[in-house]
Design a protein around this ligand. Structure first.
Ligand code: NSS
Length: 437
């Protein structure tokens, strides 16, 4: 008797290394076709999709019947021989030798392989994420997060987590989520920045990376109420150095995604050529010039206002690379921003606007390091002084000029993956009318 070869357990993405060999794939049934004597099982395992071909002769009468009755999303462990086939999705298929059905799925899988409306899909987000496009987006998101860390770590930044429960606002009091905290008021963090400004005085260059919260009352394609923000901050970093850091980091991440996620970009329908040119230097334009350009192009816009989505879209559409808009009006921006040394009516702040209508992906600035000016701003913004006493301490004990920025991960991923709406860039998006699932 000849001994049966044993199958190697592997993933669909790695079957190319096993041509002609017997492998074991563990996954879920994505789709199924039958031509009488042959079954085509389309199996996914999180790393990819493969066609598994089962014949009655190979798997036996009973197993063939069981496989024929398999419902979408049934979980299974398939063994078979790997064959190269250029017509097959992924370039390889499996000639099934045996199969174990781990769990036969209920017959009424809600996400049938047809078009569904966005609300239905969001209600079933826990299942929707299994589809190839959503899987690809989540994979790109992970690569964006990984490469951002890789870049900052290699530049000597230290990751220091900021708290989520906080006593004070960073980005204005109108979007705070409040909660009762043992008899006191507390707020979900809008940004870790204020804490970064403390930790840089201990570590020099830091970043925090975590969920942040904004009670955004508007329903737009660009706003979530919970999103992830990457926030680098460095002592002694000037405004110019800040912009250099931003453009180098953004370019690094984009090229990492191009190198490592070509399959995922294809799955989301993004042409990599659109992103290949992203490299320093990024174009820069002052707010004043941006307003001029808007006026010349028929936009009604008053100096001093913040840009809305149509303005950002127009300004950024003039370029193939992200655009820095710099020197915003002091009154339009946050309390902590350093004024321009010769023009106190504008601040040393820049927003980075992504092309193709994606708008602001980064907000950053040099920070006020002078005690008296910061105190004055806290008063002007009617912020409760007692919540900022520790923050003012930072200007009493060894204050230095410093700068930092925040990159919104979902905005970044939406741009890279060419998504219509930010909600698909979050595993479980939170919006004004949605906290489930
Ligand atoms: O409000 S920001 O412009 N800036 C800050 O929070 C600073 N405190 C960050 C810092 O300097 N450390 O937000 C930064 C980015 C912004 O450019 C967007 O990409 C993203 O955070 N952002 C959002 N993404 C999704 N949904 C909402 N609501 C949102 N708000 C900001």
């Amino acid at each position: 008797m000849t001994e049966r070869p044993t199958a190697t357990t592997t993933t669909i993405s790695a079957v190319k290394n096993f041509e002609g060999k017997l492998v074991r794939i563990r996954g879920w049934l994505y789709n199924k076709r039958s031509s009488g004597k042959i079954l085509f099982l389309i199996v996914r395992d999180g790393t990819g999709i493969i066609q598994c071909v089962a014949s009655k002769g190979d798997v036996g009468e009973e197993m063939f019947k069981n496989l024929d009755g398999l419902t979408q999303e049934s979980s299974l462990i398939v063994e078979g021989t790997v064959h190269k086939d250029n017509r097959a999705p992924g370039g390889y298929e499996l000639q099934v030798t045996s199969c174990e059905i781990v769990s036969q799925a209920w017959p009424d899988y809600p996400i049938a392989l047809k078009e569904h409306g966005p609300e239905f899909l969001l209600d079933h987000r826990h299942l929707w994420i299994r589809t190839p496009k959503q899987r690809a987006i989540l994979t790109v998101r992970a690569e964006v997060m990984r490469s951002a860390r890789e870049f900052l770590d290699s530049e000597g930044f230290v990751e220091v987590s900021a708290p989520v429960l906080t006593p004070s606002a960073c980005e204005g009091t109108s979007t705070l989520f409040a909660t009762e905290y043992f008899g006191e008021m507390a707020y979900l963090s809008q940004s870790g920045q204020l804490y970064n400004e403390a930790t840089i005085m201990a570590l020099g260059k830091v970043y925090c990376f975590g969920p942040t919260f904004r009670a955004e009352k508007s329903k737009t394609r660009r706003h979530l109420t919970e999103f992830w923000m990457l926030e680098p901050e460095a002592a002694f970093m000037t405004f110019e150095e800040l912009l250099d850091l931003e453009e180098r980091m953004v370019s690094f991440i984009v090229h990492r995604v191009l190198d490592r996620c070509s399959k995922e970009l294809a799955d989301v329908g993004r042409n990599p050529k659109d992103l290949e040119d992203i490299a320093p230097p990024f174009p820069r334009m002052t707010y004043d010039d941006a307003v001029k350009l808007l006026h010349e192009n028929g936009f009604e816009f008053e100096w001093g206002d913040d840009f809305g989505a149509p303005h950002e879209t127009f300004l950024a559409s003039q370029h193939h690379r992200p655009l820095f808009v710099t020197h915003y009006p002091t009154k339009a921006k946050a309390f902590y921003m350093e004024p321009h040394p010769e023009r106190p009516e504008v601040v040393l702040a820049a927003d980075l606007l992504a092309p193709e209508g994606y708008g602001e992906i980064i907000g950053g600035s040099q920070r006020i390091h002078d005690y008296d000016l910061l105190l004055q701003r806290i008063r002007e913004h009617n912020l409760p002084m007692e919540a900022y006493d520790w923050y003012l301490d930072l200007r009493k004990f060894g204050t230095v000029p410093h700068s930092g920025f925040g990159l919104g991960i979902e905005r970044f991923v939406a741009w890279i993956c060419h998504l219509d709406h930010l909600r698909e860039a979050s595993p479980f998006p939170r919006m004004i009318n949605r906290i489930r699932p």
